[in-house]
Design a protein around this ligand. Structure first.
Ligand SMILES: Nc1ncnc2c1ncn2[C@@H]1O[C@H](COP(=O)(O)OP(=O)(O)O)[C@@H](O)[C@H]1O
Ligand SMILES: [Mg+2]
Length: 294
């Protein structure tokens, strides 16, 4: 086991202990978090459609009348940039919640949040300083639960929280996995992406073991192009490797999704009946049903 993995397991171990302690103290923090549907969108490979999935699903949830918070845990700040916020210039971001126990201060947590082009969707932005977090909080107890605790402050403000995660197994991804109750793993339908998928599932199993809990996950094939052999054979391989966890449909390549990101709008605002948006609608139904059944 690598040193990094050992460190992460320690971090999660502390987190699990604290969660128990919180329950024992009689506060309802942990239960409050459970009332909100928190989903992580994760894959340790970049360019597979994580940020696109977060934005599209978030927009579709808002369309249903849900109050949604999108959280950018990626130091690159793609989600933050999507909504025309500058991750190099923002005064406050997720980063600041990791210091001086600011996650306990509801007013501070709320002050970090930014609006988007939809009134019922908000953004908890990233700044590029998040890239230095690993070094700064390394080895400190409780750092795996900062996001969960911050979200607990917001429990009556939102119905859904979608977490856009970084492609690196580190303190930020650990925070996401500790805070969420469901994981979506977008995976590009091309052969090289299978390795990344394998790594992600391995990470997840390790985290679940150390937390001693089950985190349901769904693998979502993305950037699917039925005209290419690569897409078709990769999808077939995915079915063989993960028959239980693979979504039965796929998100197709749809340039309208890219256009929406250039314009900084939610994809359904640009093309409500586009192929990509329609596929994401199906995915949302499936995820909500899985959550209802849990
Ligand atoms: N289904 C899709 N069809 C076409 N382009 C897509 C699709 N999904 C994502 N993209 C584009 O691919 C690029 C990478 O997607 P992104 O969501 O940023 O991936 P990640 O967050 O995993 O790095 C972006 O330019 C995005 O607009
Ligand atoms: Mg991204």
């Amino acid at each position: 086991m690598s040193l990094l993995v050992r460190f992460l397991l320690t971090l999660i171990g502390f987190a699990a202990e604290e969660e128990t302690a919180t329950k024992d103290c009689g506060t309802l923090m942990v239960f409050k978090v459970i009332a909100v549907r928190i989903w992580s969108i994760a894959n340790q490979k970049g360019g597979v459609g994580k940020t696109t999935s977060v934005v599209t699903l978030g927009g579709l949830l808002a369309e249903q009348g849900q109050r949604v918070l999108l959280v950018d845990l990626d130091p690159h700040g793609s989600l933050t940039s999507y909504f025309k916020q500058d991750p190099d210039r923002l005064e406050r971001s997720l980063y600041h919640l990791f210091f001086e126990q600011r996650y306990k201060d509801k007013a501070f947590v709320q002050s970090v949040i930014k609006p988007t082009s939809l009134t019922s969707v908000h953004l908890l932005p990233a700044t590029t300083s998040l890239a230095t977090l690993e070094r700064q909080v390394s080895g400190q107890e409780g750092m795996g639960l900062v996001l969960a605790r911050s979200l607990a402050q917001l429990w009556d403000d939102y119905d859904y929280v979608l977490l856009d995660t970084p492609p690196i197994l580190g303190v930020l991804l650990v925070n996401a996995l500790a805070a969420c109750r469901r994981l979506v793993i977008p995976t590009q339908t091309e052969h090289l992406a299978l390795k990344g998928l394998e790594r992600m599932v391995h990470t997840l199993r390790m985290v679940m073991r150390s937390q001693n809990r089950q985190l349901p996950f769904m693998i979502v094939p993305t950037l699917f192009d039925r005209r290419t052999t690569a897409s078709l054979t990769t999808l077939k391989e995915m079915r063989q490797l993960y028959p239980e966890s693979l979504w039965k449909e796929a998100i197709p390549v749809d340039t309208r999704l890219r256009d929406a990101s250039h314009e900084g709008v939610f994809p359904h605002q640009l093309d409500a009946q586009g192929r990509g948006v329609r596929a994401y609608r199906h995915l949302l139904v499936e995820l909500e049903q899985a959550d209802d059944a849990a």
